[in-house]
Design a protein around this ligand. Structure first.
Ligand SMILES: [Zn+2]
Length: 764
């Protein structure tokens, strides 16, 4: 039965309730009544004793919710004489499919190891009106009686073999099972019928080469095992991230080592079933002549990957005939190879990471989407176990509005049409309340089961269920967001869109705030709905906060009253206070998360002076140093006024010390002066520039005054140097770099430059 019919049925409930049991016989047994409020249980739940934990759990779930629906506790037993809900395990509909069949006096719930449980949920959802909207939000209506049509015969099979999402709440086992999610990321137990497609330990679905061929272990002695890039085998400069390279896949020793490590990993976890052998998360594929020749022959960088993984899989099959080897079709390897076919025991995992997500993948004219359509068709011609990794949130700013919901159903229809079997919809697994995250997880689950379920009734159900009396207000935010125009080519909805992007106007968030405040009024006293509204409002607050002017940290103004951060501070304080209780996560990347937390904490603590001031000093600790460790470092130095300096190395002459004028409170159209306190450590006898400094105007692409100081002019200790006089504007910044020298073969005139502080003062 499809949703249209279901919704129709819900509307019919009052009518059915009006029927009496007598009407049943009069109308030729129009329905089977399973429970009636106030009456003794006339129906039993029957499950064979040896039917297994998931069947037993299905019986308990029916018992629990029928009692909540009607007040009637149905007994569970191995047999029954009269009316019974009979749970029967069968493979007829696959592991996840089921059949609900009314065969008076019985209602049969027949299904696979998970299917029987899903059939129980179908019964409760469709005929009882139970809604599971979040693990903390279940809606159970009060029914006078629970009945199903006497002619009920509903067979359902899911559209995808694996249905998985990483939205955090949907990883909880009980809730995941109620959403009919069966992927191994969810904490599914035996009682839920377990999970499908479990990956081996350390052999997950992505980026396992760094585990299988660790650069830490091999690179020093065997650089030739790793990618040749621009003529060199080397770990990139920022290789602090372990594994930030790729193997050379045409090197026979690499194949030998990786194969042996794969066999070891399978041996350590032989029941897993699937083992990932896949490229690391970076674009540094090998450019050596052998790899490049395969690339050319296969017209894709997937060529070396597939040939390599096929070879591993061939050896694996000799030892583990049932093991499946999974590999990524990701970024540079997304296009399938032209000649080589996947072995029958290799599963490709195709990833949509670079696409536009505002419209369905096959509808958006964005260039990566167009090529994605070709790529998926290529892969699906090669395999009947295509794994699809799709992206459903903004990974840079989880809380920021990410209007992809209108694309989700179309995407799942597109994936089904292209024979995808294993479906992974990646969400925010690190926090609990990304922008409309609960809605997204719920819809994805519904559509992974049945991509044809109509959207409008699903949206209505969710909003009413999840927000309660606040639903109309929450819906206004949603409808507003999804009515904003967006051009697929020039305004691609990418998964790293910045929070300040003008693709979503600030005016939208201002309107959203008003709706959330009205929503909060509507659910006052309803603890759970009030919390749901607050969580959603926090998302809006996050986006608004990052669109307000940042509090200034350096004050050289006679009019501090012109700078007011009350709103900014209030938002930041609210986010800060809610972060732990609401389990908020701002970004996927750990470094970015740390920066967000620090910025928000600083905004929450922002202070303003009450009196004006004409002069300020900014110590080194508050100046920005770019590429710390490479261009320079924060260092102790007794000669400074507070003990700390920025020490700049002589290996470069980049503008590396910086202060943005946007962080300075100054008076407009007034001339200021900046000077800097510096110590130069000279090379004995060397002549040339010791350092240079100035003010640059980014919008105007123009300097506003600068100095170049010769080493010969400098003494040994700290001294003040005047840099320039100018009229500050936001968008400008102060900069300083170590002295310039000839690019080819030149030598710096200094050992290092030590910056103590800068001073900004009003001239007129
Ligand atoms: Zn190579």
């Amino acid at each position: 039965m499809q949703d249209k019919a279901r919704e129709g049925f819900v509307r019919l409930v009052p009518f059915i309730l009006a029927l009496t049991t007598a009407a049943m016989s009069a109308r030729g047994s129009a329905e089977l009544v399973l429970a009636e409020r106030g009456k003794a249980a006339a129906c039993a739940i029957v499950a064979a004793e040896d039917a297994g934990p998931s069947i037993r759990y299905a019986a308990e779930e029916i018992q629990r919710y029928v009692k909540e629906l009607t007040g009637v506790e149905l007994p569970i037993g191995a047999t029954a004489k009269g009316l019974a809900i009979r749970l029967e395990l069968t493979d007829e509909y696959g592991a996840d499919g089921f059949r609900l069949l009314a065969r008076p006096p019985d209602l049969l719930v027949r299904g696979g190891v998970r299917g029987c449980l899903y059939g129980a949920y179908e019964l409760l959802e469709t005929y009882g009106g139970v809604g599971w909207f979040a693990s903390w939000r279940t809606v159970v209506p009060r029914l006078e009686r629970l009945a199903v049509p006497a002619a009920l015969d509903d067979v359902q099979r899911p559209a995808f073999t694996m249905r998985m999402t990483s939205w955090q709440d949907a990883l909880r086992g009980d809730f995941a099972a109620r959403l009919r999610l069966n992927g191994a990321r969810a904490k599914l137990q035996e009682r839920h019928g377990g999970a499908v497609c479990r990956f081996g330990k350390n052999m997950g679905s992505c980026h396992t080469f760094s585990f299988l061929l660790p650069p830490k272990k091999y690179f020093a002695e065997h650089p030739e095992y790793y990618a040749l890039r621009r003529g060199k085998r080397e770990l990139p400069e920022n290789a602090a991230r372990w594994g930030y390279t790729q193997p050379c896949l045409t090197n026979p020793d690499v194949l030998r080592i990786v194969t042996s490590n794969v066999l070891e990993a399978i041996k350590a976890d032989p029941t897993a079933g699937v083992y990932g052998v896949s490229q690391n998360d970076n674009p540094r594929y090998c450019e050596c002549p052998a790899c490049a020749a395969v690339d050319a022959e296969e017209e894709s960088h997937a060529g070396p990957v597939v040939r390599f993984v096929n070879a591993v899989a061939a050896e694996v099959e000799r030892h583990y005939p049932n093991a499946i080897i999974e590999t990524l079709a990701y970024q540079y390897s997304r296009k399938p190879p032209k000649k080589t076919r996947l072995r029958h025991n290799v599963m490709p995992c195709l990833c949509s990471i670079e696409c536009d997500f505002h419209k369905p993948l096959d509808v958006s004219p964005y260039k990566s989407n167009v090529s994605f359509v070709d790529d998926i068709k290529g892969w699906t011609r090669q395999t009947d176990m295509l794994y699809l990794w799709d992206y459903t949130t903004n990974f840079r700013n989880y809380l920021h509005a990410f209007p992809n919901i209108m694309a989700l159903q179309g995407n799942l229809k597109f994936f089904r049409a292209n024979n995808v079997k294993y479906m992974f919809e990646q969400g925010d697994s690190l926090g609990l309340h990304a922008d409309f995250g609960e809605l997204r997880a719920w819809l994805l689950a519904k559509w992974m089961w049945n991509p044809d379920a109509p959207m409008a009734p699903l949206l209505d159900r969710f909003f009413k269920g999840y927000y309660g009396a606040a639903a109309p207000h929450a819906r206004k935010v949603f409808d507003d967001l999804y009515s904003l125009p967006r051009d697929s080519v020039t305004q691609r909805l990418g998964i790293y869109e910045v929070v300040t992007s003008t693709n979503i106007p600030t005016a939208f968030f201002e309107r959203a705030e008003k709706h959330w405040l009205a929503a909060a009024e509507a659910v006052k006293g309803d603890r759970i709905c009030a919390r749901n509204v607050e969580a959603a409002y926090l998302s809006t607050i996050f986006s608004l906060l990052y669109r307000l002017p940042r509090p200034r940290t350096v004050w050289v103004t006679r009019h501090p009253e012109n700078f007011n951060y009350d709103r900014c501070r209030a938002y930041a304080q609210r986010l800060l206070a809610a972060r732990k209780p609401f389990n908020l996560r701002f970004a996927e990347n750990g470094e970015r998360e740390k920066t967000f937390r620090e910025e928000i904490a600083a905004m929450a603590a922002a202070t303003m002076p009450t009196t004006g001031c004409d002069r300020a000093e900014v110590p080194a600790s508050r100046l920005r140093l770019s590429v710390p460790g490479v261009r320079g470092e924060y260092a102790k130095d007794a000669g400074t006024l507070d003990g700390t300096a920025i020490k700049l190395f002589n290996t470069h002459y980049e503008w590396s010390v910086r202060l943005d004028l946007a962080s300075v409170a100054y008076d407009p159209d007034v001339t200021y002066k900046v000077r800097v306190r510096v110590r130069v450590e000279k090379e004995p006898g060397a002549k040339g520039e010791a350092f240079w400094a100035g003010v640059y105007d980014t919008p105007a692409k123009k300097g506003r005054g600068s100095i170049s100081v010769k080493a010969e002019r400098c003494g040994d200790g700290y001294a003040w140097y005047d840099v320039c006089k100018w009229k500050p504007r936001d968008g400008q910044y102060f900069w300083l770099g170590p002295g310039r020298f000839k690019k080819n073969g030149g030598v710096s005139a200094i050992k290092s430059v030590w910056v103590d502080r800068i001073e900004i003062s009003r001239v007129d």
